[in-house]
Design a protein around this ligand. Structure first.
Ligand code: ADP
Ligand code: MG
Ligand code: MG
Length: 883
């Protein structure tokens, strides 16, 4: 079998499309060699060797040794050197390279092949003894650290101590003799640490480094990184062995990194940094301040150090041409690493550059406008999830950060304000025009008003699908959840973190993009939707078939969603309208009422409020479809808890606290999510559904009059499992429609449909469709009921499930296409069979998840509905699914 692929001297055995076999770095090195670009010769040991290695008790394939040695000989022929020669030694770098770039992997080892003898040869052949020993001490440090496992600090300490004793400040102050002395001290120290000398045989060094690369595939950092980025273990990593070129050979040598365009803004200008007389990662290591590549960037940065354009003008021109060639060839922005050895340019790496969402948009749109890529390609180039970054304020990256603690990045964007510990306080302060961050151990439905009032939410418990996380994402509010290192003491009104105690009213900033919690009010950058955003979304909209609606019940959310391009409301959760301060009183009266008459009296108080809400929503949505769901949650969610609260509420509504307590106890359920909720409420208390239906239809009449446009409400019945259930509730709605038609003297146009969120409903969809004009898949509950996993309690074990690869990802974040997805497919098919023009959509968290949107498009649904801030994500994902 072939385990080794060579490259160099204008040819290569690999190509850029062989990333699976050669890893990203190896495939692109081969491609650059094939393009005739200056690449030091070398070879790639394939990812299959890595797989073999782990399948066979950490043994290499038997042919590997010969193939590596043959490849080394070829490198030697091209460079005119020879590995382990004592006269003209070939030195190499050993670099890891997986399919996807992986920061958890082994660091690169440079200058391999140096030992006490070859270093003298290098000194002689280069005519630069200082350079030779500088290279040797770098090699010893890297190799000892990466392969032998000796801490970097050990070497730093020796160097610092030496510099101090000699009165040196910078590394450049050391001459050849100094580095020679450093090398001696390093070796002594390694001897002490390892009880063995530093390996002198270049072949031992080489196999040691190769083994370390393969070994690093299974180190903890790499395993964690793979898990976080869903990279399968079976991919393996490749190893690249490449002839060294030296950027540390004096003033005409250098090393640098560059992008063909600006990776944070996307501006079409060469952008990067370099360092004269330096090697490897000196540029990123921050040892010296790097210099700009272009003169324009130098001037913009106000730097007094010459740019590459003036310091090495010929190399600069050559590099510029190479950069242009690479971008044209790969048809995308490139991220490049290069080294200059005595005035000669060498390319060491290229890849499609990582970029901010803003840059991704600009690069995609500009490349399409220039005709370099098609519009479809541009649409495919932008990661839909990344659009979130563009829609929220972010912390000024230049601002200093005092991090108090870190939690989960539960909902993007940054927010700052004074801390409060209760939702009532949050609402009260907001009413005074103050900005607050709501800090809770965890949140519950009773905190909705506080969450609404707050700029952002911080919880110390709970995961990515905790109440706080889901609701905050829905509201488009920044949220950091599960910040375990932060202590909240409600009684004392304090928050303790990082050795600091903050009181109510003290300032914090949360960064929902990183999960960081910062002390004080950090400076923000407001989001700005660029022209490129609009352009790309136009291209996307022209391509997609799937409609995108929003989940919204407040006018503010509905308006936001419209500006983000929502094509209607797919889910208006009426209960959210009940938590408001004046309404909750009437709701509680309704729940406490002894009989139907009592309930009706309380409901009558709610009617005008609900009607006004709907009128406003209909007006904002200007004739677009609006789906309103009847009351869904268990009633006890509206009742107060604890003696104090009960007493206060009893007084407020003039009820006996005893009775209130009894009723609360009566409504308490062991399993509320499978309890007295959804259409079951309407079955037992039809008057609730009737009041809501009346509010909807009356609002439709009023809004149509006001706007002069017809309003066609969609009334949605939740948690249905049988057709009979739906029929019963439907009859009440239809009755009410007739009544309102009579009263108003207007003909109503409306639709009645149902949520499909129980497995039985999905299976019996053929039946149910006879009574339902539309289905909306409530994928949150459908996931919950299909798996039998309570979404409120899943955090305790879901992490282990994803960590142990039982679930590829959290099924509450991205639809489980195999199981839940099959139910959706079955329901869609059976529903359509009964009613060919049935309208199908999904609502719930999944509506804004790109993979789930793709699934919906594939399944032929008509629309997805998601929270306002995710509307652009869904639009783009829907377009990508259609291309
Ligand atoms: P990473 O994957 O962390 O970027 P690389 O394998 O690209 O690691 O190596 C890091 C740096 O080491 C390169 O950018 C380059 O500066 C230097 N380097 C690697 N191989 C060589 C080489 N053959 N000659 C000179 N420098 C090299
Ligand atoms: Mg690295
Ligand atoms: Mg690199």
């Amino acid at each position: 079998a072939k385990w080794v692929y060579s490259f160099g001297d204008g040819v290569a055995e690999g190509r850029s499309d062989m990333k699976n076999l050669l890893g990203g770095k190896g495939a692109n090195l081969a491609e650059m060699a094939n393009l005739g670009l200056p690449v030091p010769p070398g070879f790639t040991i394939t990812t299959e060797v890595c797989t073999y290695y782990y399948k066979n008790g950490r043994q290499y394939p038997p042919e590997l040794k010969d193939q590596v040695e043959a490849a080394l000989l070829r490198v030697g022929q091209i460079t005119g050197r020879s590995f382990s020669s004592i006269e003209n030694p070939l030195l190499v770098s050993v670099r890891s390279g997986a399919r996807a770039s992986m920061p958890g992997m082994m660091d690169t080892v440079l200058n391999l092949g140096l030992n006490d003898v070859t270093v003298e040869a290098l000194a002689k052949s280069s005519g630069d003894r200082r350079f030779a020993f500088d290279s040797y001490r770098r090699f010893i440090t890297m190799y000892s650290n990466v392969v032998l496992g000796i801490d970097h600090d050990v070497f730093e300490e020796i160097l610092d101590h030496y510099k101090h004793s000699k009165g040196y400040v910078q590394d450049t102050d050391l001459d050849a003799a100094d580095w020679e002395e450093i090398v001696a001290r390093y070796k002594t120290r390694i001897g002490e640490e390892l009880k063995a000398p530093f390996p002198q045989d270049p072949f031992d060094q080489l196999w040691g480094a190769i083994g370390a690369v393969f070994g690093s595939w299974m180190n903890q950092r790499a395993i964690t990184y793979r898990r976080l980025h869903s990279i399968p273990e079976s991919w393996g990593t490749a190893v690249n062995v490449q002839a060294m070129v030296f950027g540390n050979m004096g003033e005409t040598s250098a090393t640098g990194v560059a992008f063909t365009r600006n990776p944070s803004t996307g501006e079409n200008k060469l952008y990067g940094e370099f360092l004269i007389n330096a090697q490897g990662e000196d540029v990123v290591a921050g040892i010296r301040t790097p210099q700009e590549i272009t003169e324009e960037a130098r001037i913009a940065a106000g730097s007094d150090k010459p740019s590459m354009e003036t310091a090495l003008p010929e190399v600069f021109l050559r590099f510029k041409t190479v950069a242009e060639t690479l971008e044209r060839h790969y048809r995308d922005m490139q991220d490049m690493e290069f080294t200059v050895e005595r005035g000669r340019l060498w390319m060491l790496q290229t890849r499609n550059g990582k970029r901010t969402a803003r840059a991704a948009l600009r690069v995609a749109v500009e490349m399409a406008q220039a005709g370099d890529i098609t519009k479809d390609e541009a649409v495919l180039r932008v990661d839909p999830s990344s659009l979130d970054q563009l829609l929220h304020p972010t912390i000024d990256p230049k601002a200093p950060r005092t991090v108090l603690g870190t939690g989960l990045p539960a909902s993007p964007g940054a927010a700052a304000g004074e801390i409060v510990f209760t939702s009532d306080e949050a609402a009260a302060l907001k009413a005074e025009g103050r900005k607050v961050i709501l800090v809770r151990v965890e949140t519950s439905p009773e905190d909705i008003h506080g969450m609404h009032a707050a700029e952002g939410i911080l919880t110390t418990r709970g995961g990515m699908t905790s109440h706080a996380a889901v609701v905050a994402r829905g509201m488009g509010k920044p949220c950091v959840s599960g910040a375990g290192a932060i202590r909240v003491d409600y009684a004392a009104g304090t928050l303790t973190a990082g050795g600091k105690v903050l009181n109510k009213g003290d300032h914090v900033t949360i960064d929902g993009g990183t999960g960081q919690v910062l002390l004080g009010l950090a400076p923000m950058i407001e989001p700005e939707l660029s022209g490129e955003f609009t352009t790309l979304m136009e291209w996307a909209d022209a391509r997609r078939r799937l409609k995108v609606r929003t989940n919204a019940e407040t006018p503010a959310d509905a308006r936001t969603a419209r500006t983000f391009g929502a094509e209607g409301i797919g889910l208006c959760r009426t209960e959210h309208m009940f938590f408001n301060e004046d309404r909750i009183v009437a709701v509680r009266e309704m729940i406490l009422a002894d009989d139907e008459a009592g309930r009706k009296a309380a409901l009558a108080k709610l009617l005008p409020m609900q009607r006004d809400d709907f009128v406003e929503l209909f007006e904002i949505m200007k004739g677009l479809p609006v789906t309103i769901r009847l009351l869904d949650p268990p009633l006890h969610e509206f009742l107060p808890h604890g003696d104090e609260e009960i007493a206060a509420v009893a007084k407020q509504i003039g009820a006996d606290p005893k009775k209130l307590e009894q009723r609360a106890a009566q409504l308490k359920e062991f399993n509320p999510m499978l309890g007295f909720r959804g259409c079951r409420l309407a079955v037992v208390y039809p008057e609730i559904a009737e009041m809501q239906a009346r509010a909807i239809f009356e609002a439709a009449v009023i809004a149509a009059r006001k706007t002069g446009q017809p309003v066609v409400p969609e009334v949605m019945v939740p948690l249905v499992s049988t057709k009979a259930e739906l029929d019963l509730v439907k009859s009440h709605i239809v009755e009410m429609a007739k009544l309102v038609e009579q009263e108003s003297g207007t003909k109503l146009d409306y639709h009645i449909g149902t949520m499909i969120e129980l497995p039985r409903a999905a299976l019996r969809a053929g039946d149910i469709a006879a009574s339902a004009e539309f289905f909306s898949f409530g994928t949150n509950d459908l996931t919950q009921t299909t798996f039998g996993i309570s979404r409120d309690d899943a955090a305790l074990f879901l992490d282990s499930y994803t960590a142990k690869n039982i679930f590829p990802c959290d099924p509450f974040v991205s639809i489980d296409q195999d199981g839940v997805g099959e139910l959706i497919e079955i329901a869609a098919e059976r529903g359509r069979k009964t009613r060919p023009d049935i309208k199908l959509g999904i609502c719930g968290e999944h509506g804004g998840d790109p993979a789930s949107v793709t699934f919906c498009a594939k399944t032929g649904l008509d629309y997805v509905s998601c929270s306002p801030f995710r509307v652009p994500i869904a639009r783009l994902a829907a377009a990508q699914a259609a291309i």
